[in-house]
Ligand binder design. Structure first.
Ligand SMILES: Cc1ncc(COP(=O)(O)O)c(C=O)c1O
Length: 432
């Protein structure tokens, strides 16, 4: 019925997720409610892992970028699927450890990690720390020296690639706060310094060109640029770095018109580029890491909202207000993200009106979508928003002191709460 396999309708015409009626979920757990399909997440993990196996002989690691959605249950789930984990803060790292995630499979990112976070990474024994800048490089060397250890590091490099995506989520070009620039020679001198640092063990390089990218070409281009740079490093320093991390950023369909590349095609093409470039350079093929976040959990999630007021301003527009807001979904306010909305009650009925879906925050910009097609919904009706598994719960705030919604995971044994709803008491827990 819909463009996502785990979403359908039942005999009553209600929206279902993995066969479970969303009206029953809303009844049991309240709204707003994030719901995720466990099968869809596992399937995405397997697709990546299998294509790494098939096209690159398994000489790599798929590390789930937990910034997309981080909680203990998701860490456990991707661990069971054999993936690694990309974390970007003490909070994500702490969550990973609380889920007993194997630390050697953790990749620690961040453009401004604090000294405490670096100490935590060393003490936890994370497998790879991706160093962003010289300040961090020197600090980490000192911190590792104080502990009589050598930190396993990769260096984040900006390959100078302009991926065609929103400027807020584009990161590979020279004007970016992340990493060392290639063009200016900054990256090469950082590599030279890292190789000389007595308490750093330089494993390789990292790049991430942006997010929600549909085209394979920029990824292939980035892989080629990075490998040519690894060849240059080898010629200049004699060091053949054994690892290359190509980041994440693979696009997902928020609306039917979006046309993502199957992950296996991505792996096939990029593996081909890696092997071919290494062959030409006479450079050993490196261990490859990739870091998908959105494409592991994004399509797996939906958000259920209850409609409140419906306000038609003649000749202007119709506002459909819901009991959620930019506090649980900031993506439209941030970058006018597209979404698919439907009535959960009458999911099979044609969408006959064009509306603006408004949140309940005290902010005119608190919209979840404009010019959205929707059925003639009424106050009290349940609506569903597709593809809210990534960068929703993880980006949620308590703006206007609104408690965050819970997350329900629909698995083989039915639905279960993996993150409980915040209470009003939670909101004042840190107040003194
Ligand atoms: C370094 C790094 N790796 C991986 C990702 C995950 O990207 P995506 O969720 O688009 O796959 C990000 C996203 O910002 C990132 O910054």
């Amino acid at each position: 019925m819909f463009f996502l396999d785990h979403l359908d309708t039942n005999r009553q015409g209600h929206l279902t997720i993995d066969g479970v009626d969303t009206l029953a979920l809303a009844e049991e757990y309240g709204t707003p409610l994030y719901v995720m399909s466990e099968a869809a997440i596992r399937e995405n993990c397997r697709r990546y892992r299998d294509s790494m196996e098939r096209f690159y002989g398994g000489r790599g690691m798929v590390a789930y970028a937990s910034k997309a959605f981080c909680c203990k249950a998701i860490c456990r789930l991707v661990m069971e699927e054999g993936l690694g984990l990309d974390v970007v803060s003490a909070g994500e790292l702490y969550t990973a450890r609380a889920a007993d995630f194997p630390m050697e499979r953790v990749v620690f990112h961040g453009n401004n990690k604090t000294p405490d976070e670096l100490v935590m990474a060393l003490e936890y024994g994370v497998g790879r720390i991706v160093v962003d800048n010289l300040t961090e490089l020197r600090l980490l060397d000192t911190l590792a020296a104080a502990r009589g250890t050598a930190a396993p590091v990769m260096l984040r490099v900006k390959p100078g690639i302009d991926a065609h995506t929103h400027s807020f989520i584009r990161t590979g070009q020279i004007d970016s706060k992340f990493g060392f620039a290639l063009e200016t020679g900054e990256a090469l001198s950082a590599v030279q310094e890292a190789l000389k640092a007595p308490h750093l063990r330089l494993l390789g390089l990292h790049c991430h060109i942006g997010s929600q990218i549909f085209d394979i070409e920029p990824f292939c281009h980035a892989a080629k640029v990075m490998l040519e740079f690894m060849g240059l490093i080898c010629r200049e320093t004699g060091a053949a770095l054994p690892e290359l991390n190509l980041g994440g950023g693979f696009g997902i369909p928020y609306i039917q018109e979006n046309d993502p590349v199957p992950y296996c095609r991505y792996m096939e093409k990029v593996s081909g580029v890696v092997k071919e470039t290494c062959g030409k350079l006479g450079f050993p093929t490196p261990f490859i890491l990739i870091e998908p976040g959105r494409s592991i959990v994004g399509t797996a999630g939906i958000t259920l909202y209850r409609v409140g007021a419906v306000k038609t301003i003649p000749g202007v527009r119709t506002y459909v207000s819901v009991d959620g807001s930019m506090a649980d979904d900031p993506r439209y306010a941030l970058y006018q993200a597209d979404y698919t909305f439907t009535s959960a009650l009458r999911a099979e009925e044609p969408k006959t009106q064009v509306v603006t879906v408004a949140g309940r925050c005290c902010e005119s910009g608190d919209l979840l979508g404009e010019n959205v097609l929707l059925q003639e919904v009424e106050p009290g009706e349940l609506i569903g928003v597709f593809c809210t598994g990534a960068y929703h719960y993880s980006m949620a705030s308590n703006y206007n002191r609104i408690p965050r919604p819970p997350v329900v995971l629909v698995g083989e044994d039915g639905p279960r709460v993996i993150v409980r709803r915040e209470t009003l008491e939670d909101l004042i827990r840190c107040d003194l």
